[in-house]
Design a protein around this ligand. Structure first.
Ligand SMILES: Nc1ncnc2c1ncn2[C@@H]1O[C@H](COP(=O)(O)OP(=O)(O)OP(=O)(O)O)[C@@H](O)[C@H]1O
Length: 642
């Protein structure tokens, strides 16, 4: 056993977090109490769960609570819980280190500009470290339930990059945190102030929070009565109360407690479900995405309770991965308390709750989307400012994962998707909006995928669609390539990439027949040009053919109907995947001056240069780089200088 006192350094990111926190949250210091009480309540939750299979962990004391002590003379506040506590290794792992993946990258993104960085703190969550908002020294002692008394731990730090660690004897299990207050944090020595913060954030955590009351003044001739210990919060689980008794403020404050968020949520959903299984949902949509939303191990933020006893943080067994941004609580009476998590996870009740919760969250999103749709009718600008638009901006890409993962709800989710299109740069166009605007004779939903909105918007492939007044959906998120490979149809209409396969717009527009005839004539007339370019490009392309997509540009690249798109190919290559080169099809516009000139050329060298410029330009137009950029510039300059 290590008994020696040792000094250890904080992980670099902890130091950065402390600096950022102190600068960003100086006007919001009171949250330290919320965070420490949340941790204490989590620790009580964990003990109660572990004790369901090992009663000895209670060590004869099952009155789980949090006690807050104020010492005006020493200028300290102490927060004590009799929860699960921590072993020495756990202290090292949790206090002084941030073990969430993506932390390094997150801090790498900070600009150093305090104002700009300030809002990022909300995406991170400060937890235990918020103690340093009010304290210039923090002492923590703890012992894990079940360990011998001599396995207690004392941790102390001034938040300056180092901490001291010592193994101590500790009788009681649980954790005690003493904050040595900074001078400017004197306001928190006032018990009334502390009580009001507890009411605000912790009324509805299911454990009592106790403090010493004020001594009652002595009546004449009597002795002063000693102060009694009071329970400050209501200690009733919020989700068990009836909806009509709960104010918005109570809902929001409870969210801040369980979500460790600084902002109010965007929306909440509170329902008691009765049927084969009975359960209660209190779920929230946050306003902002946490920084690690896109990390493979991103935390789920929903907690499972069984009869008010915390069982575990939700995993994919309780809520699908694409809804990992949802925060809140699910509580049921239909699961046994004292079985292993593995068995729980396979129970039909869990499955039913997962289905029910997914359905309700999608329902909430549909309601929000409907509201946005109504304000859209009255005022376009208003639509961009709706809750649903805010939701989409933060979590839209998660819903796209839903289309891929959740085949059972695919259609419902597809209705919630919002895109940019040739009619709107904002991601505000739904597939239903698109279908309602289809032109006469159109029965396909057209889209293009590209690296960026600008690349999609200026793609030469759009030319014929502009001419015919057909709207095209502009997809420019990485996930869109996967989305479109799973979403082939919407409302009975096929989705089709305009950069893949042969384009058949016959039947759309008034002069369809005439256009078809003209196209055939063009194909015939352009045969010599096609032949020359095919020879010049050799095996760089699968085929060279006359386009019916272009009206202004000389050439564009398309993929074969069942080939991977060139955008997808680039994404996979950037991700380091070893995939065979796909050969594109080069489509040329025989009416363009460059192609006309090329058709007349005899010099093989010149033809090769022109063909190569056409090919590289088409790659550039997709927002990508030609294989030999310097070669392209040289050829282009030679052409310009002619
Ligand atoms: N009072 C406590 N009792 C037992 N363990 C604690 C206590 N306080 C903190 N911990 C441990 O330290 C870990 C880190 O706490 P911290 O508040 O920094 O983050 P968190 O609560 O895990 O994350 P977040 O605040 O973002 O939800 C906790 O997950 C828990 O394991």
């Amino acid at each position: 056993m290590t008994t020696t006192k040792e000094t250890r350094a904080f992980q670099t990111e902890v130091k950065q977090l402390l600096d950022l926190m102190i600068h960003s949250l100086y006007s919001n210091k009171e949250i330290f109490l919320r965070e420490l009480i949340s941790n204490a309540s989590d620790a009580a939750d964990k003990l109660r769960f572990e004790a369901t299979t090992d009663d000895a962990l209670f060590e004869g004391d099952s009155d789980l609570h949090v006690y807050i002590d104020v010492n005006k003379e020493n200028r300290t506040i102490t927060i004590r819980d009799n929860g699960i506590g921590m072993s020495r290794d756990e202290v090292i792992e949790h206090i002084g280190t941030i073990a969430r993946s993506g932390t390094k990258e997150f801090f790498g993104r900070l600009s150093g500009d305090q104002e700009q960085d300030a809002h990022l703190i909300g995406q991170f969550g400060v937890g235990f470290y918020s103690a340093f908002l009010v304290a210039d020294r923090v002492t923590l002692t703890t012992r894990r339930a079940g360990l011998e008394h001599e396995h207690g731990v004392r941790w102390e730090s001034a938040g300056d990059g180092e901490y001291e660690l010592e193994t101590i004897h500790r009788d009681g299990r649980g954790t005690e945190i003493t904050l040595h207050l900074r001078e400017e944090a004197d306001e928190f020595l006032d018990s009334w102030r502390l009580k009001s913060i507890i009411h605000k954030y912790a009324d509805h955590i299911p454990f009592p929070i106790r403090m010493l009351g004020t001594p009652l003044p002595a009546a004449e001739g009597e002795e002063e009565k000693p102060a009694e210990i009071e329970t400050i919060n209501q200690a009733s689980a919020l989700w068990t109360r009836s909806k009509s008794d709960i104010t918005d403020e109570e809902y929001n404050n409870f969210y801040k407690h369980i979500g460790h968020d600084f902002e109010d949520p965007l929306a909440n959903l509170h329902q008691r479900l009765e049927g084969k299984y009975e359960y209660t949902l209190l779920l929230y949509l946050p306003k902002r995405a946490p920084f690690d939303l896109w990390q493979a191990e991103a935390k789920h933020g929903v907690k499972l309770y069984v009869r008010r006893v915390f069982i575990m943080e939700a995993t994919e067994d309780l809520l699908p991965r694409y809804l990992r941004f949802v925060r809140g609580v699910m509580d049921t009476n239909d699961l046994p308390l004292n079985v292993s998590r593995e068995i729980l996870q396979q129970s039909p009740a869990m499955d039913a709750m997962k289905k029910g919760a997914t359905k309700r969250v999608l329902g909430l999103l549909e309601e929000m989307a409907d509201k946005a749709g109504q304000s859209d009718g009255e005022n376009q600008d208003a639509a961009a400012n709706t809750d649903f638009a805010d939701f989409w901006a933060e979590f839209g890409n998660c819903l796209k994962e839903g289309v891929i993962e959740d085949a059972g709800n695919r259609e419902r989710i597809a209705k919630l998707l919002r895109f940019s299109s040739t009619t709107s740069d904002e991601q505000s166009v739904s597939l239903s909006d698109y279908c309602a605007r289809m032109v006469e004779g159109q029965d396909t939903i057209y889209y293009i995928t590209a690296e960026s909105l600008a690349a999609a918007k200026h793609s030469p492939h759009l030319e014929v669609f502009r001419k015919k007044g057909i709207e095209v959906i502009l997809l420019h998120d990485r996930i869109d390539e996967w989305l479109t490979s799973h979403l082939n149809e919407f409302d009975g209409k096929k989705l089709q990439s305009i950069a893949k396969g042969e384009l058949d717009l016959s039947g759309i527009g008034e002069n369809a027949e005439q256009e078809q005839k003209e196209h055939e004539e063009k194909v015939k007339a352009a045969e010599p040009a096609v032949k020359k370019i095919t020879e010049a490009l050799g095996d760089k392309v699968k085929e060279v053919r006359v386009t019916d997509r272009l009206t202004e540009s000389p050439a564009c690249l398309v993929s074969d109907q069942f080939d991977m798109s060139s955008n997808m190919e680039r994404i996979l290559k950037q991700a380091g995947q070893n995939i065979p080169d796909m050969k594109p099809i080069l489509e040329i516009n025989p009416d363009h001056e460059l192609v006309i000139r090329l058709a007349k050329m005899r010099s093989k060298e010149k033809i090769a240069d022109y063909a190569s410029i056409l090919f590289d330009q088409a790659i550039l137009a997709e927002g990508a780089l030609p294989e030999d950029p310097a070669g392209f510039v040289r050829k282009m300059n030679a052409l310009l200088a002619q």
